[in-house]
Design a protein around this ligand. Structure first.
Ligand code: PLP
Length: 486
């Protein structure tokens, strides 16, 4: 009979050594690679056989194909000149955490299925909570993404209404329309979560924003009161600390007052900007969250933890538990066991994500994380300074953190919105086609906007300056040859 092992321990160790050397070299060399993948749709798939192999291949053969098949189709999120969306980092301790957790392959659904998975998650989340200045009554739980953290927050908010929806459901009953309040700058997951929960997009109310793209708390109060008067049921306000397009910070304290006076659940989405509260002079970002009912922070965004790891904090641990806990006969555990995280969410199986968070917090330490994040903000402010000094460029939003929104508006295009949009979209494409850097676009007041987000641990001021010089040069002369750099 054939051995059950797909590889001997020696073969596995050899493959691991090769993968380790490959990974270390990758991190060393990534800054010389084109940031945005240049393949065309279907090109990667065309290199793969149509069917799975009948007989297994050696591990070495899998690694042989990394450079040939996988790498051309990689957009390098771990590149220091990845400035699109929110720049992130798969850091060395985080990569180690991923490796070890795959080797252990534990499923931390209940405490006894790996006490270390539960307890390391608990402790790492307490460390993070305290480092960010979040009150000690907040309980934390890890989910994969902010979108899923938000879904669980909304479910807890709904549970707090005591409508017996958990048992009786929402359909076929005379219930008032449940309402969720956010702004047009709120991340789209709130709307998706509302769709999934049967609340419906029409009941996601977009509150007007001020000139700096922040929620208008007075308008929020009026909208809630109107809804109440019309017989609707305000369920949750979703405020954002660090909005996706601009990093705008909603006035959480004012919003909290509106929520408190009216008894409405306040959810704060600090997925991107929350980690920056570790920097003492940026702690203000989380001012007011002591009044929040739920708060999301994503260490996989701006805290060097590899995708995926999002944290939901709430002072209402028992409510969250009430929304989800369900006993199944095959999952019963003695009451003397520790915490069963399966009770706090829709998923049963749970990866050991706490390991990579614990590794990252230990390897960097609070001081180094704060220094790096402070550096990212300083680089963004420097970039804004260069842009301001340049005729024909406009900054389109306040830039309190590490993202700058801008556009090129040469005199001959001013006043022609469509032409300006096309010009800036083409400019972004040229920057990205250069391979030197990757930036993304958004729309602000309906104008196509270039967005430069700094957040990778290895980004230097030189990376930012040379990207700005490239952008400026291509704006002036679309035919300029971008590949001449570095
Ligand atoms: N919230 C904000 C403010 C975001 O910017 C994003 C993504 O960029 C999300 C939530 C969704 O994050 P995730 O990809 O973890 O679901």
């Amino acid at each position: 009979m054939e051995s059950p092992d797909v590889a001997t321990s020696t073969e596995f160790a050899r493959a691991l050594e090769r993968a380790a050397a490959w990974s270390a070299r990758y991190l060393e060399e990534v800054s010389g690679m084109p940031v945005l993948s240049r393949v065309r749709p279907g090109e990667i798939a065309a290199m793969l056989p149509a069917q799975m192999p009948e007989e297994g291949e050696p591990l070495e053969a899998l690694l042989d194909d990394l450079d040939r098949i996988v790498m051309p189709g990689i957009t390098h999120w771990n590149h220091p000149r990845f400035f699109a969306y929110f720049a992130i980092t798969g850091s060395e301790p985080g990569i180690l955490g991923e490796l070890i957790s795959a080797a252990l392959n534990v499923n931390g659904m209940v405490w006894r299925t790996s006490p270390a998975a539960t307890e390391i998650e608990e402790v790492a989340l307490r460390w993070l909570r305290d480092a960010l200045g979040i009150p000690s009554e907040f309980f934390g739980v890890v989910y994969d993404t902010a979108s899923v953290s938000g879904l669980h927050a909304l479910a807890a908010a709904r549970e707090s209404l005591d409508l017996d929806i958990r048992n009786a459901g929402q359909s076929g009953r005379p219930l008032p329309a449940l309402r969720v309040y956010c702004t047009e700058h709120t991340h789209s997951h709130i709307e998706k979560d509302a769709i999934l929960m049967g609340i419906g997009r029409e009941n996601v109310v977009k509150v007007p924003t001020d000139a700096a793209f922040r929620m208008d708390a007075g308008a929020l109060a009026r909208l809630i009161d109107q809804d109440r008067a019309a017989g609707r049921l305000p369920m949750c306000v979703a405020a954002t600390v660090g909005a996706t397009s601009t990093t705008a910070v909603d006035p959480v304290s004012e919003i909290a007052r509106v929520c408190k006076e009216r008894g409405i659940w306040l959810h704060v989405d600090a997925a991107y900007a929350g980690p920056a509260a570790i920097v003492p002079e940026l702690r203000w970002l989380l001012d007011g969250v002591e009044h929040a009912d739920s708060l999301v922070v994503n260490p996989h965004k701006w805290m060097f933890v590899p995708v995926d790891l999002s944290v939901l904090y709430t002072p209402h641990e028992q409510l969250l538990r009430r929304a989800f806990s369900l006993s199944a006969v095959y999952l019963e555990t003695p009451s003397t066991d520790g915490r069963n995280y399966m009770d706090y969410g829709v998923q049963l199986g749970r990866r050991f994500r706490g390991l990579k968070l614990w590794f990252v917090l230990r390897a960097y330490g609070r001081r180094r994380i704060a220094e790096l994040l402070r550096g990212h903000v300083a680089m963004a402010q420097q970039l804004a300074h260069w842009i301001e000094a340049e005729p024909d460029f406009e900054i389109l939003a306040p830039h309190p953190l590490s993202v700058v929104c801008l556009r090129h508006a040469p005199a001959h295009l001013r006043g022609d919105a469509a032409a300006l949009d096309a010009h800036n979209a083409a400019l972004a494409e040229r920057v990205n086609a250069s391979g030197f850097a990757f930036i993304s676009t958004t729309r602000l007041r309906d104008a196509l906007t270039l967005r430069i987000a700094i957040g990778n641990a290895r980004t230097t001021e030189r990376d930012v300056r040379e990207t700005w010089e490239l952008l400026r040069g291509l704006a002036r002369d679309p035919e300029a040859e971008p590949s001449a750099r570095r």
